[in-house]
Each structure stands twice: as C-alpha cells, then as structure tokens.
Design a protein around this ligand. Structure first.
Ligand code: NDP
Length: 340
C-alpha cells in the first residue's frame, strides 16, 4: 500500500486520538499540521512528532499527497476547496459543510481534478454495521418496515467545548444525528423523504446548542425510522434495530469509536448471534479504504455524496426541530448537474 504524506488541517482531539495512529498503521505519515493558533500548532506537532507546524493553509498543503480535515465544522469546506485546488486528495470530517450546494461543488471539483474526496464517518467502517447492512440488502429480514437508532451517549469532559456552545456547526444533530444518517444511508437505497424532530438542552453545562434530539424519518416507500441522539445519557447501550417482514436485526453497542458490538437475528427460527467477521479498528479501515482509492485499487468507505446526503438529513432534522414542522429532506442526487 502506498505510503501517503498527510497534512492535518486542524490540530484536533480526533486527529491525535484516532487518526494519527490509523494513518501510521496504514504506512502513511502526518508531515504537517495546521492550526489557527501558532502555539497550539507547535505544541501539537511536538507531542505528535510531526515535522512541520503552521498557521498558513497554503504552506500546510505543500509537498503532501492527502489532507485530513478535522478543524471546527464551519472551516471544513474552505479547507477542502484549498486542498483540492492544490491537487491534494481529501479525507474530510463530518459534517463536510453546512451548505449542501457547497458540498456538491467540492465533489465536482474533486472529480474534475481526478482527486479522491472521502468523508470520515466511522460507523460505516464497523464490521457490525457493515454486516447489518449486508444482511438487510440480501433480504435476510424480508421487506424493511422500520429502523430505530439509539445513539444517546454522555459527552466526555474533554469534548465539552464548541459542541455545546451556541455557535454555527455545534449541537448534537450535526455531531451525532449526522452519523445516524450515514448508517441509514448504508441500510437504505434512497434517503428519507421527510423529517420531524424535537430537541432539548439537558446537560449539566451552560445552555447552548441542543444536546438531545429525538427524530422520526419517513421514506416514500412507507418505511419509518426513529433516532435518539444525546450528549446527556451516561449509562446506555447504543443500538440499531432493523425491523423486516421476515425478521429483526439488532446491533447492540456498535455505535461507538471502538471495534465492538454484537449483531443478533430474530426470526421464525428463533434468536441467534450473527458472526460479523474480523473486527478492525474503524479509523484504520477508513484510512486504508481512502489510501486504496488514491492508489486506484479500491473505493472510499464514505463518498462525498454519501457524506453530503448525511448532512442533508441532519439539516432537515435541525430545521424540523427549530420550526416544529415536518420538513422535506433534500435528495442530494438532484443537486448534481448532468455534467457531474
Ligand atoms: P477539537 O475541539 O479537538 O478540535 C477542533 C479545533 O479546535 C481544532 O482544529 C483547533 O482549531 C481547535 N483547538 C482544539 N484544541 C485547541 C487548543 N488547545 N488550543 C487552540 N485551539 C484548539 O475537535 P474534535 O476532535 O472533537 O472534532 C474535530 C472534527 O472532527 C469535527 O469536525 C468533528 O465533527 C469531527 N469528529 C469526528 C469523529 C468521527 O468519529 N468521525 C469523532 C470526533 C470528531 P484549529 O483548526 O485552529 O487548530
């Protein structure tokens, strides 16, 4: 596998805790880190043994093959555009942007330059979630009628910064519901048509962005989904249940950053555990798939289109919660011009 030289755009917790180890395990190397704060860039580079620290985006992109973008959410699009214009492949954190047209333009830009543009949703890289999706598509549970996602967690103290403040790109919907949307994108061939939602501010911190949300989604083929996402639930077991005419699949404890969780099938024959195969580190899978796409030997785990559709669902949920109305979900395939 090709040894990629990476720029880290954003000196973030996720870069340090998950992505640098994943990059290194695939033979790649983070050679430069960009931060808005010179002191933070230097400290991050020193602690992670990265050669170059900079506050200059252009300088960060010099001499690299790929950029991993994990800055604050509103900065993702501008940094992705700069990287693609510099001829650098991009693996961008979710949400790609807060504007769907901008996301589609980034996809078109990557295509026009022959560059890889992937989104770092980790759950589609989970062995449990991949197996769940494969069984649904093989028809193991017949015709799907409903999906329930329980993704209520407790926000660790070290992450109680911008996520819970009243700033653009913050809140539980753009942080967690967007991940649910990526999972739903694997389970269904089309996006939901409509979203309804209610939010709350429950956490033991100053009230800012919503930190809990319950959502219902509806597809044109009468399938319903329900999600519960929160930063405020300390003792919980996450789950994805998919209900079908011939059975139900339960994925438990799989909505996490670690390669854990179980899958159970309940049908006429009873209840049994499903073997999900090799449980690899989710972020290693993401980086390895991305690297294979750069080499031309594989495909990214989550495409720009899939990541954009996940944002479209999240934005519809956000609007539904703000207005109290049921909101149409944009099908982002309709935003692509024929040339794209
Ligand atoms: P952090 O809060 O750790 O970092 C985000 C930005 O905050 C950094 O890029 C940096 O800005 C600034 N920052 C952080 N620490 C300092 C500091 N000590 N001094 C000055 N500035 C600082 O974010 P997260 O790692 O929690 O999230 C980053 C991105 O990754 C988000 O887009 C998030 O949605 C995504 N994410 C994805 C996950 C996944 O599993 N796919 C999991 C967690 C996060 P600057 O850019 O200026 O350096």
């Amino acid at each position: 596998m090709r040894s990629l030289r990476w720029a880290l755009l954003g000196a973030s917790d996720i870069a340090a805790t998950r992505m640098i180890p994943a990059i290194e395990s695939t033979g790649g190397r983070a050679v430069t880190v960009l931060s808005g704060s010179p002191g933070h860039a230097e400290a991050f580079a020193t602690s992670q043994a990265i050669e170059r620290a900079t506050t200059d985006l252009g300088a960060a992109l010099e001499g690299v093959d790929a950029a991993y973008i994990s800055s604050h959410n509103p900065k993702h699009a501008e940094q992705a555009q700069a990287a693609l214009e510099a001829g650098v492949h991009v693996l961008c954190e979710k949400p790609i942007t807060l504007d769907l047209g901008q996301a589609v333009d980034l996809i078109a830009l990557a295509d026009s330059r022959g560059l890889v543009f992937g989104v770092n949703h980790h759950l589609p890289c989970s062995a449990v979630i991949r197996k769940l999706a494969a069984l649904v598509h093989e028809g193991t549970i017949g015709t799907v009628t409903g999906i329930r996602i329980n993704h209520a967690v407790f926000l660790p103290e070290r992450l109680r910064g911008w996520r819970i403040e009243d700033v653009p790109g913050a809140g539980v919907i753009l942080d967690i519901t967007v991940h649910d949307a990526a999972v739903l994108g694997l389970l269904r061939d089309a996006p939901p048509a409509t979203a309804a939602a209610q939010v709350a501010r429950q956490g033991p911190w100053p009230k800012g962005a919503p930190d809990a949300v319950m959502t219902t989604l509806r597809w044109t083929d009468e399938v319903l989904a329900q999600t519960h996402d929160a930063f405020t639930v300390p003792f919980n077991s996450s789950s994805v249940d998919v209900y079908g005419s011939e059975g139900t699949l339960h994925a438990t404890d799989a909505l996490t950053q670690d390669p854990v969780g179980d899958l159970t099938l309940r049908d006429e024959a009873g209840v049994r555990a499903v073997d999900v195969g090799n449980r690899e580190d989710l972020y290693v899978v993401s980086v390895r798939d991305f690297t294979a796409a750069v080499e031309g030997t594989g495909a990214v785990a989550v495409t720009g289109m899939a990541g954009t559709q996940a944002v479209a669902v999240a934005l519809a949920v956000q609007e539904a919660a703000e207005t109290g109305r049921t909101v149409d979900v944009v099908d982002v395939r309709g935003l692509l011009s024929p040339a794209r």
